[in-house]
Design a protein around this ligand. Structure first.
Ligand code: SF4
Ligand code: SF4
Length: 172
């Protein structure tokens, strides 16, 4: 771990893969099971995610394209819980509020791992901040002793460093 000229902290997340932390290092996070807010949307799939998903599930009718990117589509759910205000949620969000991919395959798309963080690139370096929408909606910030900075490998999968554009501001 080292300090950058701008006051951020540069952390080795994976061997020889560094990210600059733009959030308070004391930030803690633990996902709250009943929340599911971040699963009420479509999820962008990087090419490697699409391949990984296709090796586990049929992707027919599951993946849609938007502005040249692949997304897990959101769909209308016939239930009152674990849906957004529009009654929609990610195709893989089950009735019990669990992610079918995580529960059945112990895997989820990169972008689902990154939330509640946001990835940006400055001067060729990956920066990790907290998404604006997470400050507003994520119930898991500050509810545990688990410091995000100590577990960055869980939030920032290594494939992010191999992408042409790892920034996380693309939404369905
Ligand atoms: S918004 Fe935060 S607490 Fe809610 S499901 Fe997503 S990561 Fe978990
Ligand atoms: S793939 Fe799973 S973790 Fe990701 S948004 Fe859908 S239900 Fe949530």
């Amino acid at each position: 771990m080292s300090d950058t000229a701008s006051g951020g902290r540069r952390v080795e997340v994976h061997p020889d893969r560094y990210a600059v932390v733009d959030f308070d290092p004391s930030l803690t996070f633990e996902c709250v099971d009943e929340c599911t807010w971040c699963c009420h949307h479509g999820v962008l799939l990087y090419e490697q995610d699409l391949l990984e998903l296709a090796s586990r599930e049929s992707i027919s009718g599951v993946v849609e394209q938007f502005r040249g990117n692949d997304f897990v589509r959101k769909e209308e759910k016939n239930r009152e819980e674990h849906v957004g205000e529009d009654g929609m949620a990610c195709y893989f969000l089950r009735n019990d509020g669990l992610c079918a991919l995580h529960a059945e395959h112990d895997w989820k798309p990169t972008r689902c791992s990154v939330f509640p963080l946001a990835v940006s690139v400055e001067d060729g370096e990956i920066h990790a901040g907290v998404r604006d929408s997470a400050h507003e909606h994520c119930e898991g910030l500050g509810v545990s002793e688990r410091r995000v900075i100590d577990h960055l490998d869980a939030f920032l999968p290594e494939l992010l460093w191999d992408l042409d554009d790892p920034e996380s501001d693309v939404e369905l």
